[in-house]
Design a protein around this ligand. Sequence first.
Ligand code: MN
Ligand code: MN
Length: 420
Amino acid sequence: MVWEEPNQRSFMSDFTRRTFVGAVAGVAGLSMAKGMAEDTAAKAREIGSQPDVVPINKELEAQNLDSKLPPESDAGAVETFKYPFGLAHKRLHEGGWSREVTVRELPIAKDLAGVNMHLTPGGVRELHWHKAAEWAIMLHGKARITAIDYEGKAFVSDVSQGDLWFFPEGIPHSIQGLGPDGAEFLLVFDDGTFSEFGTVPLTGWMAHTPRDIVAKNFGVPAEALAKLPPKELFIFQTAVPGSLEEDRRKAAGSLGLSPVAFDFHPMQGPATKSTAGGEVRVVDSRTFKASTTVATAIVTLRPGGLRELHWHPNADEWMFFLEGKGRMTVFASGGRARTMDFQAEDVGYVQKTLPHYIENTGDTDLKFLEMFKSSYFQDLSLNEWLSHVPPELVTAHLNLAPATLEALPKQNNAILPVKK
Ligand code: MN
Ligand code: MN
C-alpha cells in the first residue's frame, strides 16, 4: 500500500512547483499545471484579503472574517444559513417587545422558526394559542407561565434562566414577566412559516365575535362587556402577579392541577456528554415528556473546543447562539461548502443529513442551541463512522497511515478534545 502523510504531500507539491517547474516539463507537466493553479489561487486570496478601497462596514467585516476571506476548502454557491436577530423587525409594546426569524428572513429554515421576546415585570404575552407547537428557553429573568392540558386542567409555573417549556399545538397559554428584571426568552416553533402575527389571541378573538354572541356565551348582559379591547393586545402591561401557590389554587378550580409538566429544568441534571472541550445536554421527549415534536442539544464549547464533524439523519437543525464566537462549515454536497461566523443572537440552519462542525473561535465559552423538529435527538459522527468500518477500506480512501487511523477517537464524543 502506498501512502504519505498529508504534510509530506503538501511539501512535495510545493517542492515540485518551486524547483522543477520548467526543468523537467515532460514528466512534471501535471505538476506544473497544478502549480500554476496553486499560484493563481494564492494570488486570488492575496487580492481578496486586501483592505477594501471603497467605504466598508468594518464592524460587519470583523464579525464575518470567513466571508471576507473564505477558507480554501469553501466552494460553490451554498444557501445562506445565518440570520442575526439584530436585523429582525422589533414589535414594540408597553409591557415588552418581540422579534422573529422565520422562513421569510432565512429562506432555508423551513422546519423551525424563532421568536425572541422581552417582557417587563408584570408585562403579559396575552392568553393565546397557535397551530405550531412552542418550545422555549428562558434567557434572562423570570416569568410565570400558564396553560391548560387537553383535559382542561390547569398548569401554572414559574421559570427562570435556563428553564424550558413546551406547549403543544392548540394548547392555550400565557407568559408574564416577574420581578425584578422581567423576562427575556427564545421561543422556537416547529414550522418555519410560523409567525407570531398568526396566533389565536383571546382579545382578538373576542373583538371579532359578534358582541351578542359573546354575551350569550358568557350568560351576561352585553353592557357588561362594554370595555372589551377593540383589537388584539398581544403584549400589555399589568401588575406583577401574587404568589405561585395562590395562582395555582385559583386556576385548579374543581378539576385539580394538570399532571402534565409543560416545563423542564435541564441544568438540574448532569450533562449528557462532557469532555475537556465542553459539554452537551440533550433534551428530548425521552426526558422532557411533554416535548413531543421538538428536541434540543444545549452545547457549551470551551475556547478552542470543537463540536466534532457530524450530521443529523433525522431532521434539519435550527441553531441559536447564546454567547461567544464560533464558525461553522456546512458541506452542502455536490462539491459545495461554505463557512460562516456566528455570535450571540445569530440563528444558524443546517439541512437534514448535511455534514458540519462548530468551532469556538473566541477566548470565552461558546454556547448555542441545536434545535430539531423531532421527538428525539440523533446525530452520527465522522470519527464513530470511520472507527466502525474495515480499517483497510478507510486507509485506502484517505491515504492514511494505519497508525494515524488508529489514533482517531473511536466513538461519538460530540465535543473535542476529549482530554487536555
Ligand atoms: Mn405562544
Ligand atoms: Mn449539528
